[in-house]
Design a protein around this ligand. Structure first.
Ligand SMILES: *Cc1c(COP(=O)(O)O)cnc(C)c1O
Length: 429
C-alpha cells in the first residue's frame, strides 16, 4: 500500500516514509491510496476471532508489504495488550471504554502502534529519529509511554502551560531518559504550530531527523480502526449502530470512517464536540471556519483547527452533503458537560469523564428508537478528577491510580510560544 498527499495525489510514499515524514513536504496529510474491503467471511466470523487476529487482518492490508508477517503480528499483539470493554449503560446505549492502556486514554493505542512500527524500522536501518509531539494532554503521555526506552528515538513533548490536568502533567513530565517535556507559554494551537513550523524549517531538517507522533501521523489511524471492530465483536445486534465520537483533531472519527469503508456495518456517526464546534458548524452551514481554541472541561478536545479535517474532506470528496449523509454534528457547553456527568451517575451509576460525557449526551439527544448507540469513552475519569469532583458528588476517588503517579518527580523545560525559542532549544539538545 502507498500513501498520497491530500494536496497532491501523485506524490506517493511507502508506509515507512509516511510515518517518519509524518507530513508530506507540501503540507498536506498522508492518505491511503485505497481503503481495502475485508471479505464478508472475515466479517461474519468476527465475533469468534481473537482480537489480535482482527487487528492483524486490518493492519496487514495497509502495511503487509513492508513489515514481515511475524513482526507485524507481534506489533499488533503488543499494541492491544489491554481490554476494550463495551459496557452497557442503558437499554440502547453502550460505552466503549478505551482507557485501559498504560496512560488511561485511547491515545495509548495509536502511540503504542506507532512506536513499535518505528522501532521495527529503526532496528532495520540503525537510524536515529527525533520525535516531536504537541499535546493537549493525553497524546504526549501516551507517546512518552510508547517510546520510553526505545533505542534510537528521542522524544520532545510540547504541552500548553496550565492547560493540562495535574495527572496529565505527571504523565508528560516524569519519564526522563529519551523523553523531554517542554512547557509552552501558550495554547495547544501554539504547540501544534511550533511542531508544524519545525517540519517546514530547512535548517532543522538538515540537522535533525525529525518525525512527529501527532494524530496527523498515519500510523495512529490504523490501530484506531481496530477498536470499532472490537466493539462490534461484543455487540449482539449489528443493525442501525450509531457511533458517537468525542472529537478534537478528528483522528478517531477518521479511523471510524476507514473502519466503515473496510466493511464494518456502522450506520452513521456523530461528531461530538465541546464548545470548539468548527466541524458541527461546517456540517450545519457548509463553511469551514477554523477558530482560536476555547478552553473547556474536555480539554483534550480543545482544538480550533482540527488537523484531520482534510482527511475527512478527502474521504467525502470534499462535499459537505456527502459528509452529512454519514455524520451529524453535536456540541456541548461546559455547564452541560457537568450536568450530563451528574445525571448519568445519578440514573445509571456510571462515572463519565468529561469527553465521554459529550459522546453520551449526543446519543441521548440524537439516537432514534430503532438504533443502538455506542459512544467512545476516551479517557478514564481519574485523569479529570477536578471536573469529576465538581460534577459528581460522592464520586470514587480512584486512590490507587492517583498514588501510582504521585511519587514521581516532574522534570520539564519552560519555553515561550515563539518559534525561534523552540528552534534554538532543538538545535541545542
Ligand atoms: C485526543 C482525545 C480526544 C479527541 O480525539 P481526536 O482523535 O483528536 O478527535 C477525545 N478524548 C480524549 C480523552 C482525548 O485524549
Amino acid at each position: 500500500m502507498r500513501f498520497f498527499s491530500t494536496k497532491n495525489r501523485s506524490h506517493k510514499v511507502s508506509f515507512k516514509e509516511a510515518i517518519f515524514n509524518s507530513l508530506p513536504p507540501d503540507n498536506g496529510l498522508y492518505y491511503p491510496e485505497t481503503i481495502p474491503s475485508l471479505n464478508s467471511e472475515f466479517l461474519s466470523g468476527l465475533r469468534s476471532r481473537p482480537k489480535g487476529e482482527v487487528g492483524f487482518e486490518i493492519a496487514k492490508h495497509f502495511l503487509g508489504n513492508e513489515i514481515p508477517e511475524l513482526d507485524l503480528k507481534r506489533i499488533v499483539d503488543e499494541t492491544i495488550s489491554f481490554d476494550f470493554p463495551l459496557v452497557r449503560i442503558s437499554e440502547q446505549i453502550h460505552a466503549l471504554e478505551l482507557y485501559h492502556g498504560p496512560t488511561w486514554a485511547f491515545k495509548d493505542l495509536g502511540a503504542r502502534f506507532l512506536s513499535r512500527c518505528m522501532r521495527h524500522f529503526i532496528h532495520e536501518e540503525e537510524k536515529n529519529v527525533n520525535i516531536l509531539v504537541a499535546t493537549s494532554g493525553d497524546t504526549g503521555g501516551a507517546v512518552a509511554a510508547g517510546f520510553h526506552g526505545v533505542e534510537g528515538a528521542n522524544v520532545t513533548i510540547l504541552y500548553p502551560k496550565n492547560k493540562v490536568s495535574d495527572l496529565q502533567q505527571k504523565q508528560l513530565t516524569t519519564w526522563g531518559d529519551n523523553i523531554a517535556a517542554l512547557e509552552v507559554d501558550g495554547t495547544f494551537d501554539d504547540c501544534q504550530r511550533l511542531v508544524k513550523t519545525a517540519f517546514l524549517d530547512k535548517e532543522l531538517n538538515t540537522n535533525l531527523s525529525l518525525s512527529s507522533a501527532n494524530s496527523i501521523n498515519i500510523a495512529r489511524l490504523i490501530p484506531q480502526m481496530f477498536y470499532y471492530f472490537f466493539a462490534f465483536q461484543q455487540l449482539d445486534d449489528w443493525n442501525n449502530v450509531v457511533v458517537s465520537v468525542p472529537s478534537g483533531n478528528y483522528g478517531n472519527l477518521s479511523a471510524g470512517l476507514f473502519a466503515k469503508k473496510m466493511g464494518l456495518p456502522i450506520a452513521r456517526f456523530i461528531a461530538a464536540s465541546n464548545s470548539n464546534d468548527v466541524v458541527p458548524n461546517y456540517l450545519d452551514t457548509g463553511k469551514y471556519e477554523p477558530k482560536t481554541s476555547i478552553e473547556t472541561y474536555a480539554n483534550a478536545m480543545d482544538v480550533g483547527a482540527p488537523s484531520n479535517f482534510v482527511r475527512m474532506l478527502e474521504f467525502f470528496d470534499g462535499k459537505v452533503e456527502n459528509m452529512r449523509s454519514l455524520i451529524s454534528g453535536f456540541s456541548l457547553s461546559d455547564p452541560r458537560i457537568l450536568e450530563t456527568m451528574n445525571q448519568c451517575h445519578q440514573s445509571t451509576g456510571y462515572v463519565l469523564d468529561p469527553h465521554g460525557a459529550i459522546g453520551f449526551q449526543a446519543l441521548l439527544e440524537k439516537l432514534r428508537n430503532d438504533e443502538t448507540g455506542i459512544f467512545l469513552e476516551t479517557a478514564h475519569p481519574v485523569k479529570f478528577m477536578d471536573v469529576v469532583q465538581k460534577a459528581v458528588p460522592g464520586a470514587p476517588g480512584y486512590e490507587s491510580k492517583i498514588q501510582e503517579m504521585e511519587g514521581r518527580e516532574s522534570i520539564y523545560t519552560p519555553i515561550s510560544n515563539s518559534f525561534d525559542d523552540f528552534k534554538s532549544y532543538l538545535l541545542k539538545h
